[in-house]
Structures are given as C-alpha cells and as structure tokens.
Ligand binder design. Structure first.
Ligand SMILES: Cc1cc2nc3c(=O)[nH]c(=O)nc-3n(C[C@H](O)[C@H](O)[C@H](O)COP(=O)(O)OP(=O)(O)OC[C@H]3O[C@@H](n4cnc5c(N)ncnc54)[C@H](O)[C@@H]3O)c2cc1C
Length: 505
C-alpha cells in the first residue's frame, strides 16, 4: 500500500476505538456532528497529497520506491526542513489556521525517537533504533496518522513522577511480560488522538533513577485494548457557517488519553527505563515541534492581519495613522514568526550518529515564543481596529429573518462603497477568531500548546552560546583572561588562546 485517500483515512477510524464526548461513548467519530469537524480537518493532510499544486512537496519516494508522505521522511538537510515547513503552512492555510495534525506532531515524535534511540543503543546495547525505523517504514507504507502523546497530567507540578501521591499521574510501566510491557497512566490534551491511527508516546520531562519506570517511549494503535479517550469540551460549541466561518469548518480536537493497563509489544518499545534519556527526548521533541507550531501559526497570523485590514477598510478608517501603525505592527508580527521559523530550518543542527538534522534550537524556540508572547497583543489590536460590534453583532438567524435583515443591512453598514453583508461577514470572522469560544481556545493554546512560555525560555537559555556573547563583552571591556574567543574574518569564530596572541597591556 502507498498513499491513502481521504476516504481510506476516514474508513480506518471505524475501528471500535473507545472515545467519550459529552457524557456518551462515540461509536464512529467520522459521522459525529462535532467530532467529524476534526476528522475533516485531519483529512486535509491526505487531500494535500492528491492536490497537483502541493503534491510535489507533500509526496516523496518511500523506502520501497512507492510514493510516501513527506511527513515521515527523516530530515537530512535544511531543504527537507524547509519543505516540511511549507507543507505544514499549506495545510494550516487550507484549514484557516488550524493544522490538520494527522501527521505533523506524530512525525516530530518519530524523528525525536530516531535520534534518541541511536544514542541509547550506543550506551546500553539496546536495539531501539531499528525498531523506530521499522515503525517509520510501517507508517510510510500504510500512510497512517499518528498523534504525539507526551504531556502527562503531572499532578503536583513541584514533584517528580515517582514522588506523586498517585503514582499514575505520570504514565509508567507497571508490569513486564515475556513479549512486552504493560503501561498505566494518562496523557493530557492530545491533539487529534480521537482520529489518528497510532499514538506515539514519549516522556515529557527529565527523570532521575527513581523515576525509571516512567522513562518509556512507544507507539501503539489508538484502538488498543485499555486505551480510553475523553474528548475536551472546547469542541462542543454549536456552530453556524455565517456566525462561525472558521470553527464551523475546521478544528483540532484534543482528548485526555487514559491507558488502563495497556500492553505494548517489545517491537513497539523505544525506551524502557533508560531514564538518562527522558530529558533528551523531551528537549529534542520540543526542538522539532516548536518549529512545526510556528509553521502552522503563521497562516493564522495572516488571517488575523487580513481580517484587521478589511475591518479598517470597511469602517472607512484605513487611512488613519493610528490604524496604520497597528496594521504595521500586525504585519511585522506575522512576518517575524515566519522569518524565525524559516531561519530555524535554514540553520539545522546535524546529528552525527544518524545523519539526521533538527532545526536550530534557539531560533525555533524563539519563533514559538515570539508568537505566543505577543499573541494577546495581536488580538488586542485586531479587537481595537474592529470595534465593539464584534461583541454585540446579531446572529445569523436575525440576518436570515426577512423582518430584521433590512434593518441590519441599513444600520450595520460602514464605508458607503462596501456592501453591508461584506462588513457583517468580516465582523463574524473577527468574532470567531478573537471573541468566541474558539478565540479563547486560541489564547490559551498559544501560551500552552507546544510547551508554556517558561519552557521556551529554558530551552533558549540551555542552548545559548553564552561564552561567545561574553567574549564580545570581554573584548569591548579589554578583559584578556584567555577564556575568550574572537570573530576573525567574516564571522568565523576562533579560540583566543590558541590563535590570537594577547595584546600587550
Ligand atoms: C490546545 C492544546 C493542544 C495540545 N496538544 C498536545 C499534544 O498533541 N500532545 C501533547 O503531548 N501535549 C499537548 N498539549 C499539552 C501542552 O504541551 C501543555 O499544555 C504544556 O506543556 C503545558 O503543560 P500544562 O498544560 O500541564 O501546564 P502546566 O505545566 O501546569 O503549566 C502552568 C504554569 O505552571 C508552570 N510550571 C509547571 N511546572 C512547573 C515547575 N515544575 N516549576 C515551575 N513552573 C512550573 C508553567 O511554566 C506554566 O507557567 C496541548 C496543549 C494545548 C493547550
């Protein structure tokens, strides 16, 4: 088998998985009135591969020469990362800023596991890397969807996994069998999990030896016995096309994934008690995934800029200087996200053990941090430009009612040359984006999804080349203590001691 059609993807989800939503068991997520919106969004990852405009970068030759999804290609250079970035942008643009997320997060987990498993094998003589690559072939050959299943419920955040009052608050191994292990616990906020074929589980933090039972990584089918998914309430808002032009069409949907003594066969285990590598897995996953995040967020920023500009025009205000200042800020916001994301892909770090690359950790974290840290200001400007009507606009039903429609057409119009309906539609769009259930969802998501702001700050701090920055300062301060390096020529960095004799003081 090679690439699947969207229909084959949908069919594959009718597999008796255990999904709960609003107090009921959902037997078929593909026909459920709310959950099917997430399924249709995920199906975009499959449509893209069929689309003549996108196919050339969405599809690559697979292991057996068959066409295969770019998502499952192990990145070996900046071109691979850049094309993947374009693919994520394309999917997100189709879904009005939502990533389809059938493969995006799971493939970040796959690449992370490929890097980490090689290092674990080298230290402990385990055979994990071969298993990860076998799983990669399985994903490629069957064109599966896969969710990143990483964040534990975590209980008391100040305590380590093994210190928690309830030992299941981080997912852990509870038994070993001849043919595999049994795991128990849960993973929280798992995007697309109700409609992916596989769950790729990684540890979410550094561990110590006492946490070793929690240091597990594996992949299992989403319908494995004992896996139960409880879908978030965010997805529950009733939506109408005119009132909710974005959220009625596309959505990503999360669930709490519970593992009630779930069996994981040996061939699907990629880390088993090697606690020393849990932190590296979390760090490398974040490095890949924050670039994925920034890539899918750019089309959402594009949409916000476009909505703000249209509102300014439709209100007859686009020539006012304070409005132009705000629009300039919004454009700078959007384009800086994209520039940082692309820069992270263009400056990859090569992993010598595997020949794979990952994006520059500082630039990738900076891209996600910049998006998240400024998101609420971005929303503020869009709301400011749009006006109070975003909060008080009447509903689609009133617009469809022949008694009230003429009144709305008369009193809700803005600039004389703009049809009232166009202004109303953009007001609805702005409301859906920044003043709705979805708007609130995006505000929290921008802060927490792909890790909280503090996580990006820590990653930047940990990756920063402080000796280089300090050298610049020491040079300017005329401190010659033999520890500083210098730039020579066009940006080549060299060690001060070995190559650069100290100037006489
Ligand atoms: C919409 C959405 C989609 C998501 N999708 C996925 C997904 O597909 N897969 C997945 O695995 N995860 C997913 N996540 C989870 C996401 O990665 C987490 O929300 C994020 O890592 C923050 O964890 P938390 O929500 O438990 O918040 P918390 O960890 O409780 O953070 C709350 C605050 O406490 C601080 N804090 C927490 N612990 C400490 C500590 N020990 N010391 C000091 N400060 C601390 C944080 O910095 C933050 O400021 C998603 C989240 C959202 C909102």
């Amino acid at each position: 088998m090679a690439l699947r059609t969207p229909e084959e993807f949908r069919d594959s989800l009718r597999d008796d998985r255990t999904v709960y939503f609003q107090g009921e068991r959902v037997r078929d997520v593909t026909v459920h009135p709310v959950l099917r919106i997430g399924v249709e969004s995920a199906a975009v990852d499959y449509q893209i591969a069929e689309d003549p405009d996108n196919r050339h970068f969405a599809v690559v030759p697979g292991p057996d020469g068959q066409p295969s999804s770019r998502f499952f290609l192990a990145p070996r250079n900046s071109d691979d990362l850049l094309k993947r970035h374009l693919l994520i942008e394309a999917g997100s643009r189709i879904c009005f800023g939502f990533p389809p997320f059938a493969k995006e997060g799971g493939s970040d987990a796959l690449n992370t596991a490929a890097l980490v498993s090689k290092k674990v094998d080298q230290q402990f003589g385990t055979g994990y890397h071969g298993r990860v690559e076998e799983f990669r072939r399985y994903l490629q050959q069957n064109d599966l969807s896969v969710a990143i299943t990483m964040t534990d419920p975590k209980g008391d955040r100040s305590l380590r996994p093994s210190q928690q009052a309830d030992k299941d608050l981080y997912l852990r191994m509870v038994a070993e069998r001849r043919d595999g292990v049994v795991v128990r616990g849960a993973k929280a906020h798992i995007t697309s999990s109700p409609y992916t074929n596989e769950l790729f589980v990684l540890p979410c933090r550094q561990m110590t030896e006492t946490d070793r039972d929690y240091a597990v990584a594996f992949a299992i089918p989403a319908n494995s016995p004992g896996v139960k998914m409880i879908v978030s309430a965010t997805a529950a808002t009733p939506v109408r096309l005119m009132d909710h032009p974005v959220s009625s069409s596309y959505h990503i949907i999360e669930s709490l994934v519970v593992f009630e003594d779930v069996f994981v066969p040996h061939e699907r285990l990629f880390l088993k008690r090697e606690w020393q590598y849990a932190g590296l897995a979390a760090h490398l996953f974040a490095t890949y995934h924050r670039v994925t995040a920034a890539a899918y967020k750019y089309p959402f920023a594009e949409l916000l800029v476009g909505a703000a500009k249209l509102m300014a025009e439709y209100n007859g205000l686009d020539r006012m200087s304070h409005i132009r200042d705000k629009l300039s800020w919004l454009v700078t916001y959007a384009e800086t996200i994209r520039a940082l994301t692309r820069a992270a892909c263009m400056n990859p770090v090569e992993d010598r053990d595997t020949g794979m690359v990952y994006p520059d950790p500082i630039l990738g974290n900076a891209a996600k941090f910049y998006f998240a840290d400024n998101y609420h200001h971005c929303v503020k400007l869009v709301q400011d430009i749009a006006g109070g009507i975003v909060a008080t606009v009447p509903s689609e039903e009133d617009y469809l009612n022949p008694e009230t429609r003429p009144l709305l057409d008369k009193y809700l119009r803005g600039a004389a040359d703009v049809p009232a309906e166009h202004r109303l539609r953009v007001i609805k769009l702005v409301k859906d984006l920044v003043a709705s259930d979805m708007g609130g969802y995006w505000e929290v998501t921008s802060i927490h999804a792909e890790g909280s702001l503090a996580a990006q700050r820590l990653a930047v701090y940990g990756s920063a080349d402080f000796p280089r920055y300090e050298s610049a300062a020491k040079r300017a301060a005329r401190i010659h203590d033999g520890t500083a390096g210098v730039y020579s020529g066009l940006g080549c960095w060299r060690d001060e001691e070995s190559r650069n004799p100290k100037p006489k003081t």
